[in-house]
Design a protein around this ligand. Structure first.
Ligand code: ATP
Length: 294
């Protein structure tokens, strides 16, 4: 990597629970969700500029390097609000699959907000960074908070929960990029199957009841995705049947499926065995942070 001033890790998230509880008058859906950060992360390299320009460099073919990039938008938001801030060059090493339900763009935006706060000694509190974050996307405040949290509203009203330690997940993705907007448009709220209750999962996290937690995973967004994309259903079945797997769910709006694994060794073995089966497959531990600055 060429010259840079700060390296920031932007961690992906998974949703252990996601229920759509209603639709607001402005068209946004109200959800109840449990977010958890995972070890899989992008690396962002930040370099101060002498002027007030922002540049983004990323080699991933589906990530725009222009003002549509969430990392760019995060830097622009701070520049607009902080008059004497200088510009920044941002290089993104993309590891998180794109449009995959893992919050990759949101994680990058969170990393830029936190990274610029450190780089320019802005001394913004975490709550202030989260208020900037929500202007960029509903998942950005959680990516700043990191660990585990219950999310309400559009996902931005957060109650921290104790994160899982020593738990590993296997992630698998068929290489499909699914638009979150499409999933919400095809959701039929009256067809939501048996109503679930988020309190079981919050209790499991608070009490550290891992095996019960793995049995109560739930994602209401699976209904439209599984019916349109049978391949996601097939991935769920494969992960369910793999040795060591103890709870399988699609994350966010998909198409990534995760499986909680009994051990790190079984997670790594499964990832190696599935290497040729999926476009993307990896084993990763849970993380207690969303953004790490080094
Ligand atoms: P969401 O639920 O917000 O759509 P996701 O995890 O499913 O999240 P992302 O990986 O954030 O999806 O990508 C969503 C879209 O955002 C993609 O179409 C991509 O082109 C665009 N995008 C903009 N900036 C970024 C970024 N820094 N990293 C990844 N995608 C980005």
């Amino acid at each position: 990597m060429a010259d840079f001033d700060l390296r920031v890790q932007a961690h992906a998230k998974i949703n252990l629970y996601l229920d759509v509880v209603g639709k607001r008058l402005d068209g946004y859906h109200e959800i109840e969700t449990i977010f958890h950060s995972i070890g899989l992360h992008d690396d962002l390299y930040l370099r101060k500029r002498a002027d007030r320009q922002i540049t983004v460099h990323c080699e991933h073919p589906h990530v725009p390097c222009d003002p549509r990039n969430l990392a760019y938008r995060a830097a622009k938001l701070l520049l607009e609000n902080i008059p004497d801030l200088s510009g920044v060059d941002i290089t993104i090493l993309k590891r998180i699959p794109v449009a995959a339900g893992l919050g990759g763009g949101s994680a990058d935006a969170a990393a830029v907000l936190c990274g610029l706060n450190t780089l320019f000694n802005l001394e913004l509190a975490q709550g202030e960074l989260m208020q900037f974050g929500v202007q960029l996307g509903a998942d950005v405040p959680f990516c700043i908070l990191g660990g585990a949290a219950l999310g309400r509203g559009v996902g931005e009203i957060l109650t921290p929960l104790p994160p899982l330690h020593d738990a590993w997940v296997l992630l698998a993705n068929p290489g499909l990029e699914i638009s979150t907007a499409w999933v919400y448009q095809h959701l039929n709220l009256s067809l939501t199957p048996l109503k679930k209750n988020v309190t079981i999962l919050t209790r499991c996290l608070r009490n550290g009841e891992f095996s019960s937690l793995a049995r109560h995973l739930y994602n209401g967004l699976e209904v439209p995705v599984l019916s349109k994309y049978p391949v996601v259903k097939e991935i769920k079945a494969k992960l369910h049947n793999c040795p060591g797997s103890c709870g399988v769910l699609m994350s966010g709006s998909g198409a990534t499926v995760f499986a909680f694994m009994q051990s790190q060794a079984e997670a790594n073995l499964a990832a190696a065995n599935f290497e040729n089966d999926f476009a993307f497959c990896t084993a990763t531990p849970m993380s207690s942070v969303g953004v790490r600055i080094s």
